[in-house]
Design a protein around this ligand. Structure first.
Ligand SMILES: [Zn+2]
Length: 151
């Protein structure tokens, strides 16, 4: 049995032996090791939005609106956290965030992603904040282009 050579969720090429999960962990390590926490919320949301099965259907539905708030309406995550209140605190959230094999998010229409988690890693740690913001913006653009954003 050979290992898969691409990501069945975001379509990333895994020929260099690094999976999307590996790249995600690399970025989490950069954040932790270099105290680069400013775009953590964008990292987590972007990674999950490109791997929608990690989210519950409810969380996937909510994610683009949060992302628009952060990127286009100048909202700070603390603000959206307050605004969405209980919705983003897992202990009192009305629905679960994490997808399960039986209950997970999926897009209505196929999405063509222009940037993926591995691209953020390849651009290097010095560009981490800029790359992550560009990645998040590319996700919204791809969702709009594919007709997955109705609102
Ligand atoms: Zn992937």
């Amino acid at each position: 049995m050979s290992a898969p050579v691409s990501c069945h969720e975001c379509g990333a090429d895994w020929h260099d032996g690094q999976t999307c999960t590996d790249h995600f962990h690399t970025l989490l390590f950069w954040e932790f090791d270099h105290k680069l926490f400013d775009v953590h919320y964008l990292l987590v949301a972007s990674y999950h939005m490109q791997h929608p099965a990690l989210y519950s259907p409810e969380a996937l539905k909510e994610a683009p609106g949060l992302m628009i708030g952060w990127l286009e309406q100048g909202k700070h995550p603390h603000q959206t956290r307050r605004e969405f209140g209980p919705a983003v605190q897992s202990d009192v959230r009305p629905f679960r965030i994490t997808g399960t094999p039986e209950h997970h998010g999926a897009y209505m229409h196929p999405v063509t992603w222009t940037m993926r988690v591995g691209d953020v890693v390849r651009r290097g740690i010095d560009a981490y904040y800029d790359s992550t913001r560009a990645w998040a913006a590319s996700i919204l653009a791809s969702l709009r282009a594919s007709g997955n954003m109705m609102a």
